[in-house]
Design a protein. Structure first.
Length: 287
């Protein structure tokens, strides 16, 4: 009987152990809930920035130079509306500074960034992308040429922005085989095209169209339908931001999906291309 009692004795200690484990689990989830609540409480205002020279997606408001506006801001505003989070889309300086501030956590979000291994180290990307941005070849009107493979560019001269990347494979191919001048602005690149000093300008489609409208040259140039490359443009949230919560990322994700499903992309692009063209008549703000 003593052996039987010994075998039966663990019943009570096991129950106590189970209670202890249950208590630990409860404490863990309460802590998680409190942490989530604290983060939500801290995120009453979300500060966003980005590439301020990327119309119609994002640019520096010429009527309020400390602010940014564009398609990306409208989509983000819609996502934050139901969360009662105040959005501050502000100009913080050039694109490089915006990225540095996201890395340090001094701003919460970048309203449009391509995916790179370096940025993944200090930001979370919200899937899916806001939209796919094709990089295309702008040519003089009536000066189209066959383009189905990169090989067709070997006999041509092109222009693009200094240090602009169009994907690792194309960048490597271009460095080895193509003649592409790097210039400091897309306006300068277009002027080289208008002067017939280059055969094409390689640039992202939507900003290229926006700058062509500002320069009033959209009737003088066109673009080849086949893109050189296309990359997703994402909202990214700084890992150090108190606004970086699963809940907020979920709300932004749902808004992007609704944006895609609604078919509003073309309308919003046209809306902000028009607004950019109106603002182009105003004096550009100082750097």
């Amino acid at each position: 009987m003593k052996d039987a009692l010994v075998i039966g004795m663990p019943a009570h200690p096991i129950k106590r152990s189970q209670k202890s484990l249950l208590a630990l689990f409860l404490l863990f989830f309460v802590a998680l809930d409190l942490s989530s609540t604290a983060s939500a409480a801290e995120c009453k205002t979300l500060t966003a920035s980005g590439n301020s020279e990327y119309p119609p997606l994002l640019w520096r408001d010429r009527e309020n130079p400390k602010a940014l506006l564009g398609l990306s801001v409208e989509v983000l505003s819609e996502a934050l509306k139901s969360k009662q989070i105040n959005l501050k889309a502000r100009y913080v300086g050039p694109w490089s500074r915006a990225q540095a501030l996201a890395k340090s956590g001094d701003i919460d979000l970048l309203a449009g960034a391509f995916k790179t291994a370096e940025r993944l180290q200090y930001m979370d990307y919200v899937e899916p992308p806001i939209l796919e941005v094709p990089s295309v070849l702008f040519v003089l009107h009536g000066k189209r040429f066959p383009f189905t493979t990169w090989e067709h560019l070997k006999s041509k001269h092109g222009a693009t922005l200094i240090n602009n990347s169009f994907g690792e494979k194309f960048d490597r191919f271009a460095a080895e085989h193509l003649q592409i001048y790097g210039v400091r602005s897309v306006k300068l690149a277009f002027n080289l095209l208008l002067a017939e000093r280059t055969d094409y300008v390689l640039y992202e489609l939507y900003p290229g169209l926006a700058y062509a409208r500002e320069m009033a040259i959209e009737h003088k140039i066109e673009y080849l339908q086949k893109p050189v490359n296309a990359e997703g443009l994402y909202f990214t949230i700084a890992k150090r931001s108190p606004c970086n919560t699963p809940e907020l990322k979920s709300f932004i994700r749902k808004t992007i999906i609704q944006f895609h499903q609604s078919g509003a992309q073309e309308n919003l692009l046209n809306k902000y291309l028009g607004l950019w063209q109106q603002q182009a008549t105003l004096k550009a703000p100082p750097p």
